[in-house]
Design a protein around this ligand. Structure first.
Ligand SMILES: Nc1ncnc2c1ncn2[C@@H]1O[C@H](COP(=O)(O)O)[C@@H](OP(=O)(O)O)[C@H]1O
Ligand SMILES: [Mg+2]
Length: 398
């Protein structure tokens, strides 16, 4: 069991826990709008309550991004046949989940550790998965040993147990980590955008989030390259409740606060949507953009990198309208949600209701997810309402 590795050993490279734990119940604040917070003093106390967790989450996501970069590099150097095969992403998905689960349990020992994550070890325990499990274990151990913080090696059983810690159902009470080990699997396989997305729920609210986007350029999307210094890729977004959103490069540059676009004019706004056509109704997004007066074509990228890019103002709107019957999972939105909310943005369902992360592994939503700044949200909601009405009218005449 991974937990056999855990007893009370805290890393010397992370700040020790000097703060008294403050629960959300003591500070009943809502994360959706910074202007609603009661006072700056309470804000900073609330975000300090999760300082250690945020630091550990950033470390875990940074380590995992090294693991993923290694796998993606090998994948892109290999032949076409292996690019269409699913095994590289499998190795990176499981490896990331094992690594992050291990780091969280090791750094923040708790009897009530809970992780809601995408993968489980069912397939890995099958007889024909021996080789892949060996590769995952090597990858995790190589990543840990290159980092040097932990002088140990995980066994295959440790890796399986760490993956299976992700089976939690989440819910409205207590603390739950929420992890998408590789969000944007298809982008990962193509060599495009993907994200490692980790968040913490406390009493049903997202209180911190980290988005590691190893392929996201440091310069804004759409801005032309100027010189090699601006060509770096690899962004780490992080946010904690009341503490704002911060961007640093995965190579360790100094953190800077980010803010969503302040544009009030839809004609100046550009919008994000999924790269994968099957993940969102493009006709509907296009009709909404037209009603709003957006002139620019959609910016299509994979994963929660969209939330990160929007949080730093690369675009002002994100539209996501899955086809009927699709159920959104909390790990696909929790980290991105708080990164945008703390950067001054608003994330809601298509009717304007805040997302509810307290209902278990799924986000049971009305129709879709829309994201923008506070000034554009009322206009966007009107455009969404009209476009949805038109869509249902044309469906009923068919
Ligand atoms: N038919 C569908 N409609 C909407 N989302 C879908 C989908 N099929 C998969 N997804 C989700 O879309 C995520 C990728 O997001 P995006 O479309 O923004 O790139 C996937 O995450 P994973 O790659 O972790 O499986 C998956 O959870
Ligand atoms: Mg995902």
């Amino acid at each position: 069991m991974a937990s056999s590795l855990l007893p009370g050993l805290l890393s010397s490279t992370l700040p020790s826990k000097t703060l008294t734990r403050l629960s959300l119940q003591q500070f009943p604040i809502r994360p959706t709008s910074r202007t609603q917070y009661p006072s700056l003093r309470v804000l900073s106390i609330a975000s300090m309550a999760y300082e250690r967790e945020l630091s550990v989450a950033k470390k875990a996501a940074s380590l995992a991004s090294r693991l993923c970069q290694k796998v993606q590099k090998a994948l892109l150097q290999s032949d076409v046949q292996s690019k269409s095969d699913k095994s590289p992403v499998t190795v990176a998905d499981y490896g990331t989940q094992a690594l992050i689960s291990f780091v969280l349990q090791r750094e923040i020992p708790s009897d009530s550790f809970s992780l809601v994550a995408e993968e489980d070890s069912g397939d890995l325990r099958k007889e024909d998965s021996k080789e892949i499990l060996k590769r995952i274990t090597e990858l995790v151990n190589d990543t840990l040993s290159a980092d040097g913080t932990y002088n140990l090696s995980l066994s295959e059983d440790d890796v399986l147990a760490a993956i299976d810690s992700g089976k939690s159902e989440g819910g409205p009470h207590g603390r739950h980590w929420v992890l998408d080990p590789i969000d944007g699997t298809k982008g990962f396989l193509r060599g495009d955008q993907y994200a490692i997305a980790l968040a913490l729920l406390d009493e049903g609210k997202v209180v911190l989030g980290v988005l590691a986007c190893p392929n996201l350029p440091s310069r804004p999307i759409g801005e032309p390259e100027k010189n090699s210094l601006q060509n770096s890729v690899g962004c780490l977004f992080s946010a904690s409740i009341g503490g704002g959103s911060v961007l640093q490069l995965l190579d360790g540059s100094s953190p800077t606060k980010v803010h969503v676009s302040t544009t009030e004019n839809p004609a100046e706004a550009s919008f994000f949507e999924s790269y994968e056509a099957a993940h969102s109704m493009r006709d509907l997004s296009s009709s909404i953009a037209k009603k709003l007066g957006v002139q620019a074509p959609p910016v299509r990228i994979d994963s929660q990198a969209k939330y990160g890019a929007l949080a730093r103002g690369d675009g002002a709107i994100y539209l996501r309208f899955p086809h009927q019957g699709y159920r959104e999972k909390i790990w696909d939105h929790a980290a991105g949600y708080i990164v945008v909310a703390e950067a001054g943005g608003v994330v809601s369902d298509a009717s304007g209701k805040p997302l509810d992360f307290s209902r278990g592994r799924y986000l049971d939503l009305d129709t879709g997810i829309i994201v923008t700044n506070q000034k554009l949200m009322p206009l966007l909601l009107n455009a969404v309402r009209e476009a949805l009405k038109e869509q249902s009218q044309s469906a009923s005449t068919l």
